[in-house]
Design a binder for this molecule. Sequence first.
Ligand code: UDP
Length: 324
Amino acid sequence: MSQKRILITGAAGFLGSHLCDRFIAEGFHVIAMDNLITGDIRNIEHLFKLENFEFYHHDVSKYVHIPGDLHYILHFASPASPIDYLKIPIQTLKVSSLGTHNLLGLAKAKNARILVASTSEVYGDPLVHPQTEDYWGNVNPIGPRGVYDEAKRFQEAITMAYHTYHKVETRIVRIFNTYGPRMRLNDGRVLPAFIGQALRGEDLTMFGDGSQTRSFCYVADLVEGIRRLLFCDYAQPVNIGNPSEITIREFGEEILKLTGANQKLISLPLPTDDPKQRRPDITKAREILNWEPTISRAEGLRITFDYFKTLSNEELHKKEHRFS
Ligand code: UDP
């Protein structure tokens, strides 16, 4: 059988680059696409020498042209941290709306199966806990997170419409907080923020009183879940995440212990609309995909800390954000 060709958007980002590695390892021809506004080419440069890898520097919000056959599309292009949404709100809206529309059109034209990256943010500040896929969410459309949350909700709507109306083979993964090597040190997310601060000898900036909760999934577990979802025949949204829930205060304490840092946690104001609690109900993923996370937080954090330790001193101290 001829080699299967897969388009991965957001390929130079944290999740996109791990997906490129996984599908290359499985023998696919990987067509990677990224406009590099939040992605980092260094995440995929080790793949450039391979024959079954190609890279398009392109913004998926504009018309997407891929010559030849295409069997699968993974749409993972989008800014994905609250700091990014604040700095580039219009691009955030466009990539999951116009970008998704373009890629659904491409999937239809090529008769390809498309999996789109949705998010636990579709649940907003959830009133149901843990979050099941049939919960419709509690989202503020005009708050600072609205540009991301509503674009992702639109993405789910248009994906289901293409599925129902055009019979495109679609998959929707709702991704909960994920961590691992290649996260951007200064993207404002809690894990790189805390590890960076620990390594620089600074106090850890806990927002609010730290009683808000999150549930962190190691990236390899997430990639396995996505792979299983892509190859199953279930078109409704599926949560993929690690149900092990922790408060941000406890998480900060774990990072201090892991890094051996003797700084303390300091409290800064809680950002607007910061969800108070988040934990995936993964019953569907267990039943439909026979999937559940296998990597404990202790193990995943150790691997991630080892990665951040390899960053140069210059990189570690480059505190300004990309768009500032
Ligand atoms: N957070 C924090 N200190 C930081 C960055 C984030 O206490 O320096 C908190 C943030 O308020 C939120 C949680 O950590 O409650 C997770 O934030 P992140 O931006 O990683 O992801 P999200 O809010 O999208 O889950």
